[in-house]
Structures are given as C-alpha cells and as structure tokens.
Design a protein around this ligand. Structure first.
Ligand SMILES: Nc1nc2c(c(=O)[nH]1)N[C@H]1C(S)=C(S)[C@@H](COP(=O)(O)O)O[C@H]1N2
Ligand SMILES: [Mo]
Length: 315
C-alpha cells in the first residue's frame, strides 16, 4: 500500500473506506480490522456479528412468539427511566466498542471487547425462550447468544469461587435514570457458577434474528428463562467470580421483594403482585404461570438440596 495511507488518512477515512483504499477490502475482515485498529492505536471496534444465529431446535415454546414490536418497545431498563417506554432514550447508549472485564477468583482475568469475547466463546445459536417479569407480564422471544457455560470455561474459576456477580455500565451522562441517586447504581445481579453452567443459561447477544436493540440490553445481557426477569441483567460490563453471594440492585432496594434466587414460582406471591398468572405482551388475557417458568426438567436439580418448592425459591 502507498506509504501515506498507513498514517494520516487512516485517521479520518472510515474503516470500510480505508480498507477499500488500502486494497484490503477483500481479505479477511478480522485480520483487516485488527491490523487497522493496531495502526490507529485504539481498541478494535466492530459490533457482534453472526445474525441470524443457527437455530437450536431443542427449545420449543408452548405459545406464540411475542411480536418483535412489543418486545422492543415495552422494556424495563431503569438506567433510562422507570417507565416501559424508554426505548428512544436508550438509543444514546454507545455499544460499540464495548469493553467487558472478567475478574475475581479466576485463572484467566480478561479485559476484552464484547465482539472479541463472543468470537472467543464460539458460535452463537438461536433459542426460543419464555420470559417472565415479576410484575406479571411475560413474552416469548427468539434469543441469540452463546451458552453461559462457555464464559465460565474461558474464565476458569478457582476452586473457592461459588458465584458470578455481574454489573451493568455506569454513565449518568448517557443514562438519565442513573442521576436518581436513591437507586444503588450500577445495576448488579448474580447467579451461582452452577446456575451459570446450566444448559439454559445464555449470554444473550441478539433477538429476532438481529443483534440486541439497545433498550433490550445491547451488546451483552444475561438470559435465564427459569428466573424472574430482573435477574436478566442488561448491557453487562463486568463478570466477577467470587465466594460471596452478590447483593443485587433490587435486593439492595427491597430485600423482602427481590431475593437472590428468584426462580419463577406461581405459589409464592410477591408482596405486591400475585405470581399465579401472567399477561403475554400484546394480549389482554392472563394465562397460568408455571413453576420455574416451565423449565422444571432442566433446572429443578439445581435446587434439590434447598428444601424443594417454597419460599426460598423466591427469596
Ligand atoms: N441493567 C438493567 N438490566 C435489567 C433491568 C434494568 O432495569 N436494568 N430490568 C430487568 C427486568 S425487571 C426485566 S423484566 C428484564 C426486561 O428485559 P426486556 O426489557 O428486554 O424485556 O430486564 C432486566 N434487566
Ligand atoms: Mo422485571
């Protein structure tokens, strides 16, 4: 390539234009962008790709999929406000590049761009899952992601580690909700390592055949279909392996309402909402809620030693 192209022009031409100008457009994207990033002296910035992901047919639904329009415009993301209609405000979130840390009790501490992390974790798949918010609305969604167990395998937790604490970004200049100082920002959630290794646990990267919308937690979120929705932390920046049970955002606000386990259980009412039935987004009818949100077969074994069904599943 001409000598001058490797210097100044690279700073103001877009990546694609630059690759074209430098005659690199045809060669492997990964090699091309990595080389360019190195020359430009900044973190590699390429969004997570690979959508639509390959369907994994093991996960079938007992109900119709929720319309994409419903699932992407009725969302809970308190960083952008406490109403369900914050999707426009969330567009301010810059999700590429997106640095993620893996730290704590692990053999392999890592600070890595989200797209590179997903590349390392292997191929993404699509799974149809139910989602149940503790407020009693529900949806059925085609998620994309990688099994969460792959992240555990990459991190290689040390023998004393029991839990994974996850944290959302903190930037009040982008997320107006984070200016509300009575909330314990940043949003935190946690699971046991055993839960993270369960086949159902998914590190979500997409929905409806595309990358995640910002309001749904781009670029990376947790998807735990047997637990109440608040466990499904969005826009994750940090995974910390620890021997201490993490205290979540909601648990810190109201311990009696939002427990650590938070497994879906129609028998145990939340102090403010019965959990017996749910409303699918886009419908006015209520349908029965199922134990573990219908995933008893896959996850009941995780809790067999905890005294079975009952209060502890919720708290
Ligand atoms: N960072 C963050 N993650 C979050 C929340 C939030 O407010 N902030 N809300 C939770 C709740 S209560 C639910 S029900 C789900 C909603 O996911 P959805 O908006 O994509 O349907 O996200 C969860 N993850
Ligand atoms: Mo929720």
């Amino acid at each position: 390539m001409p000598q001058h192209m490797a210097t100044d022009e690279a700073l103001f031409l877009s990546r694609r234009e630059w690759l074209k100008a430098a005659g690199l457009a045809g060669i492997g994207i990964a090699a091309g962008t990595a080389g360019l990033s190195a020359m430009m002296g900044r973190a590699s910035a390429a969004p997570i790709t690979g959508f639509p992901a390959t369907p994994n047919d093991s996960y079938v639904l007992d109900r119709a999929l929720t319309a994409e329009q419903e699932a992407t415009t009725y969302t809970n993301f308190y960083e952008f406000g406490s109403s369900k209609t914050i999707w426009r405000k969330a567009q301010k979130l810059e999700t590429d590049p997106w640095m993620v840390s893996i730290d704590g009790m692990v053999e392999e501490e890592l600070k890595i761009d989200a797209a590179e992390l997903i590349t390392k974790l292997g191929s993404q798949e699509e799974r149809l899952y139910r989602h149940r918010c503790v407020e009693a609305w529900a949806m059925a969604v085609p998620w994309a992601g990688v099994p969460f167990s792959k992240l555990v395998a990459l991190a290689r937790p040390t023998s004393g580690a029991k839990y994974i604490r996850m944290e959302t970004f903190y930037d009040p200049s982008v997320a107006p909700g984070q200016k509300q100082s009575w909330y314990p920002w940043p949003y935190v959630e946690g699971i046991t390592i055993e839960e993270g290794m369960n086949e159902l646990a998914l590190l979500g990267t997409g929905m409806y055949g595309k990358g995640l919308e910002k309001q749904n937690g781009a670029p990376l979120r947790c998807v735990l279909p047997w637990k109440y929705g608040f466990k499904g932390i969005k826009s994750i920046v940090k995974f910390t392996f620890t021997d201490q049970q993490p205290v979540s955002f909601w648990e810190q606000l109201a311990k009696n309402e939002y427990g650590f386990w938070a497994n879906v259980n129609p028998e145990v009412a939340h102090p403010r909402w019965s959990q017996a039935t749910e409303r699918m987004l886009g419908s006015d009818n209520r349908v029965p809620t199922l134990l573990y949100n219908g995933y008893e077969e896959q996850v009941a074994g995780l809790y067999a030693g905890m005294g079975g069904i009952g209060d502890r599943l919720f708290r």
